[in-house]
Ligand binder design. Sequence first.
Ligand code: PRP
Ligand code: MN
Ligand code: MG
Length: 180
Amino acid sequence: MHNDIAQILVSEQEIKEICVKLGKQLTKDYQNKNPLLVGLLKGCMPFMADLSRQIDLKFEMAYMSVSSYHGGIASSGDVKIKMDLDISIKGRDVLIVEDIVDTANTIVTIIELFKHRGAASVKMVTLLDKPDGRLREYQPEYVGREIPKAFVVGYGLDYNELYRNLPYVGVLKPEIYNQK
Ligand code: PRP
Ligand code: MN
Ligand code: MG
């Protein structure tokens, strides 16, 4: 375990099992659709890679870079699109792939945008859900694991752009973000 991590919350093994389970469910639910997976960078990266390989269907993948934390531990509430999609989502069954839903500022903003752009359906799959963090009402359709209100990093999740490469999700030691 990395020295800056207080506790592992979701192990590498558990993440694997979550991807298999969600992959099976999505394979069933999107059978007769023309799904488009949209990953929200940068956090979605490892989860999108692992989950997509467990979905046994033909589908496209696209990415958008969206940020509201700007490296820190609290949502700024200002959701910035840093890189937009390179394809039209009009009439598509969009499945947004996220690492975490916390305040829901990000996902609610993006869903509104996608509906405005004419998507046929917009649903989301998230590895982690932190329901106690909500500032906006929102319930994701597909959730890997619910987690308590702690600042977590790893498997795509960052603090100041670091720790995204950890193979598990862990609680960051408070002294790491309190030292400045
Ligand atoms: C994080 C995370 C989600 C979002 C969730 O992204 O990856 O996209 O915040 O938080 P919310 O529900 O409170 O909006 P971040 O803004 O840190 O950008 P990143 O993915 O590039 O790290
Ligand atoms: Mn993100
Ligand atoms: Mg971040």
